[in-house]
Each structure stands twice: as C-alpha cells, then as structure tokens.
Design a protein around this ligand. Structure first.
Ligand SMILES: NC(=O)c1ccc[n+]([C@@H]2O[C@H](COP(=O)([O-])OP(=O)(O)OC[C@H]3O[C@@H](n4cnc5c(N)ncnc54)[C@H](OP(=O)(O)O)[C@@H]3O)[C@@H](O)[C@H]2O)c1
Length: 242
C-alpha cells in the first residue's frame, strides 16, 4: 500500500497556494495549510475537509522564523515526517518600483518575506523532509525572475518595474539551485515553479490564467518521479531560462 503523503503549503490562505492545497488534497495527500493568520488557515482546512481531504492548519509567518520552527515541531509530533514542501508565500511589497526609485525599505520587505522567509521555512522543515522517502521541494518563482527574459528588451518581462519582487525571486532561484546541489545525493528534488500570470490578489483579477492553472505547475513539480530534474525553473510550457 502506498503511504499517504504529507504536504505543507505556505501562504495557502488564498490564491494559488489555496489551489495547490486543494489539488494536493485531490491526490489523496494530507494537507498542512500554512498561513500567517491561523484562523484563515483553519477556514481553508474546513473547505478541504468538506471535500473529504485530511487537512490541518499551522501558523507560518514568513517574517518570524520561530513560527516555522514551531510548525515543524507540530508536524514532527503529528506525522513524523514531511513528503512535500511548497514554498508559496510571497509578496509584492508596497511601493515596489524601478531600480532608480524603489525605497530601500520596500526591497528589505520583499527579501524578508520572499527569500529569508522561504529559507527559514526550508531549514526548519529539512529534517522532516529527510525522513520522508523521496521528498520534493517546490519554490514558487516567476518569469519576472529570469535574467534572460527580463534582459531581453523585446520581452514584456522587461517592462515590469517591480525591483523588489523580481530581484527577490531571482534570489529564490539561486537558493533553489544551491539546495538542489546540496541534496542531490538524497533523492530530494528541489525545483522552482512559474505559475504564469494568474488572477489573484497579487496577479490582478484580469490576469489570463486561473489560480488552478497556476497551481497545476507547482503540483506537477511536487509529484515528479525519482529520475526527474532538480534545480530547474519550470512553467506550464516547460523549462524556463534563468
Ligand atoms: N499570481 C500571479 O500571477 C503569479 C505569477 C508568478 C508567480 N506567482 C507566485 O505565486 C505565489 C502565490 O501568489 P498568489 O498570486 O497566489 O498571491 P496572493 O494571492 O497574494 O497570496 C499570497 C499568499 O502568501 C501569503 N503571505 C504573504 N505574506 C506572508 C507572510 N509574511 N507570511 C506568510 N504568508 C504570507 C498570503 O497570506 P495572507 O492571505 O495572509 O495575505 C497569501 O496566502 C507567490 O509566490 C507568487 O510570487 C504568482
């Protein structure tokens, strides 16, 4: 009998993260819904439970590394391991702008949540991921992190002036590659997902893709077979350039 997988999705209170939680539940996995507001994470757990999904809520606030450690302690006591970590929580910080104009505080807030929070959560969960047979880590990134795409003056990506967001997600890409290298011998695969421009609070409600379509990219990377790639950035259409 295949053992049911345990997945933690951060920032699962809305948008793409909530959809990743839903799609993971549809696979028969036990879903740990991470949210900075425990009450809102519990509301998502109720939605999932109504669909017959086994789920639980934990508080993971990206700017509070103790919250990730406490969440890891709870997952350890409850399940003893973690099969999949989806680092989804992120922000486009208020005031994000072109390099010439972006306030340093905005850059700091972007890196605090999108990079430091992601690394702190990953560090807290790694001992539990190592206890799973062949864990998967999926970091939500974006085409806006791609140096090649943003560096192409003909690409629409070159016109998006969110320095804090783009640069912090480029840092997420580097963390993805470095962790993939570090874990290469363990069977843990680490990849980054570009969900595409999805209709959410962050993506804008007129965005062309649904949160479900965006979530599917991350879920595919969470379900990769053992011989699949690690340390790569993938969108629906396939691998993206760094
Ligand atoms: N939407 C797009 O077009 C698009 C495109 C490319 C990549 N992405 C990436 O996909 C992921 C999800 O984006 P989305 O569009 O679903 O965004 P969203 O609707 O704004 O949701 C973001 C999630 O992150 C959580 N979050 C924000 N700051 C946090 C913090 N300090 N600690 C813990 N959780 C925090 C939010 O919690 P609250 O509910 O408490 O605010 C929410 O659950 C992000 O990594 C984003 O960069 C999105």
């Amino acid at each position: 009998m295949t053992q049911q997988k345990i997945v933690l999705v951060t920032g699962a209170t809305k948008g793409i993260g909530r959809e990743i939680a839903r799609q993971s539940g549809a696979l028969g996995w036990t879903v740990v819904v991470g949210g900075r507001d425990l009450g809102r994470a519990e509301a998502v757990v109720k939605e999932l439970a109504a669909d017959g999904v086994e789920a639980a809520a934990v508080r993971v606030e990206a700017t509070d590394e103790r919250s990730a450690q406490e969440a890891a302690g709870w997952i350890e006591r409850t399940y003893g391991r973690l099969d999949v970590l989806v680092n989804n929580a992120a922000i486009i910080a208020d005031g994000d702008a072109a390099v010439s104009a972006v306030p340093v505080e905005t850059l700091r807030a972007s890196f605090e949540t999108n990079v430091l929070g992601l690394v702190a959560t990953t560090q807290a969960m790694l001992p539990l991921l190592r206890k799973a047979g062949a864990a998967r880590i999926v970091n939500l990134s974006t085409e806006l992190s791609s140096l090649e795409r943003v560096g192409d003056p003909g690409s629409p990506m070159s016109t998006v002036l969110t320095t804090g967001y783009n640069a912090s997600k480029a840092a997420v890409n580097m963390v993805t590659v470095m962790l993939a290298n570090e874990l290469r011998a363990t069977g843990i695969l680490v990849n980054a997902a570009d969900p595409g421009n999805c209709a959410t609070d962050m993506g804008g409600w007129d965005a062309p893709r649904t949160p479900a379509e965006g979530a599917a990219v991350a879920v595919r990377l969470a379900t990769l077979p053992a011989d699949a790639h690690t340390g790569e950035l993938h969108a629906e259409e396939g691998r993206l350039p760094w």
